[in-house]
Design a protein around this ligand. Structure first.
Ligand code: HMG
Ligand code: MG
Length: 301
C-alpha cells in the first residue's frame, strides 16, 4: 500500500453534475455553487463546458458562468473543450485549464462527440497546442475506461492506447473515468495500471460515477496505488447525457469523509461542503445524493 498523505479533489459538480439536468439551472445558481465550493476549500473546480448547445443545452451559458464567478487566487477553474470551435470561445473566458475528452470505446466516442477515437485525437491536437501556447493547462478525460453503455466491458489495453494518444498530443494529465459507474476495484486498478504506462502517478486522476455504489471502493483502490487526484460532485450530482442510466459522480462529501477517516488531508471543510450540496440540491428541488451529507444533516437536526 502506498497511500498519499494529501489528496487533491476537483469538484466537477457545476459541469458533470449539472450538464444532465433536464430543468434549466440559471447561471446565477451555477455561479453561487462555484462560490460555495471555493468557500468550502475546493481549489479545483470544473465550471462548465464549451460544447454544442444543441447537444447539451444546460451548458449553453458557459461564457456567462465563467464571466460571473468571483475568482479566488489559488483556485484552478477548468472547462471542457471538444474542438477548435469550443476553444475559440473558451479561451475568451480565461480558464486555468482546459479538458479535452475522449473515450476508450469507439461507440461512446461516436455517441458523445460524434467522431471516432482517432478523429477525436486529430480534433484535440490543435486545441492542446493552442492551449499550451497560451499558457493554459491541459487535462484529458478518458471515458469508459472499464465499461461502455454500448460495447460492454472495456479492455485495459484500450485505455492504455487512449492514454498513449493523449500523451502524444501533449495532454499533461489524464482522468481515468468510469463514466457509467460499473467498475469494481480490480477493474479500476487495471485501467489505472494501463494509464501508468504513459503518465506518472502525479498525472493520473480517478473519476468514478456511483451507479452501482462502488465509487468509494474504487477510489480506495486507486488510493492504494498512490493516486492522489480525484474528481467528484458535491451532492453526488450528475451523469452524462450520452450514458443512459448512469448516475452522478461519487459525492465529494462522501469522498472527503473517507479521506478524513484515512488521515489524508484535503483542505476541505466538510460542513461547508455539505452546505454547498444542500444549496444546489434545494435549487434542483431535491435532497443531496450523499450518504455523508444525509448523516451530517440528521446529526445537525
Ligand atoms: P458535431 O455536430 O459533430 O460538430 O458535434 P460539427 O463540427 O459538425 O458542427 C455542427 C454544429 O455544431 C455547427 O453549428 C457548429 O458550429 C456547432 P451549425 O452550423 O449547425 O449551427 N459546434 C459547436 N457549437 C458550440 N461549441 C462547440 C461546437 N462545435 C461545433 N464546441 C460536438 C461535435 C463535440 C460539438 C458535439 O458532439 C457535442 O457538443 N457533444 C457534446 C459532448 C458532451 O458535452 N458530452 C458530455 C461531456 S463528457 C462527460 O460527461 C464524460 C466525463 O465526465 C468523463 C466521464 O465520466 O466519462 C468528462
Ligand atoms: Mg463524468
Amino acid at each position: 500500500m502506498n497511500f498519499p498523505t494529501r489528496v487533491q479533489i476537483i469538484d466537477v459538480g457545476p459541469r458533470d453534475g449539472l450538464q444532465n439536468e433536464k430543468q434549466p439551472v440559471p447561471a446565477a445558481v451555477k455561479i453561487e455553487l462555484v462560490q460555495r465550493l471555493q468557500e468550502a476549500g475546493l481549489t479545483e473546480i470544473e465550471v462548465t463546458s464549451f460544447v454544442s448547445p444543441k447537444w447539451v443545452p444546460q451548458m449553453g451559458d458557459n461564457a456567462e458562468v465563467m464571466a460571473g464567478i468571483a475568482r479566488q487566487p489559488g483556485v484552478r477553474y477548468s472547462v471542457l473543450v471538444p474542438n477548435l470551435k469550443g476553444w475559440e470561445t473558451a479561451v475568451l473566458s480565461k480558464p486555468d485549464e482546459i479538458v479535452v475528452f475522449g473515450a476508450a470505446s469507439e461507440a461512446f466516442s461516436q455517441k458523445n462527440i460524434n467522431c471516432s477515437i482517432a478523429e477525436s485525437i486529430e480534433r484535440f491536437a490543435p486545441v492542446v497546442e493552442a492551449a499550451l501556447a497560451a499558457g493554459i493547462r491541459v487535462r484529458g478525460a478518458m471515458s469508459c475506461t472499464v465499461g461502455c453503455p454500448y460495447e460492454g466491458e472495456v479492455a485495459p489495453a484500450r485505455v492504455g492506447m487512449l492514454a498513449g494518444l493523449m500523451k502524444d498530443i501533449g495532454v499533461q494529465r489524464v482522468d481515468v473515468a468510469d463514466t457509467i459507474g460499473v467498475g469494481t476495484p480490480l477493474k479500476v486498478q487495471r485501467a489505472i495500471e494501463a494509464t501508468l504506462a504513459h503518465f506518472d502517478i502525479d498525472h493520473v486522476s480517478g473519476h468514478f460515477h456511483d451507479t452501482y455504489g462502488q465509487a468509494l471502493s474504487n477510489a480506495y483502490a486507486a488510493l492504494e496505488m498512490g493516486v492522489w487526484n480525484f474528481q467528484s460532485s458535491s451532492a453526488g450530482l450528475g451523469g452524462c447525457p450520452y450514458a443512459k442510466g448512469a448516475t452522478g459522480n461519487v459525492a465529494t462529501e462522501d469522498l472527503v469523509y473517507l479521506l478524513q477517516g484515512l488521515g489524508i488531508d484535503t483542505g476541505i471543510d466538510l460542513d461547508k461542503l455539505v452546505d454547498a450540496g444542500v444549496y444546489i440540491s434545494a435549487a434542483l428541488g431535491r435532497k443531496p445524493n450523499s450518504r455523508v451529507a444525509t448523516a451530517v444533516l440528521n446529526k445537525r437536526g
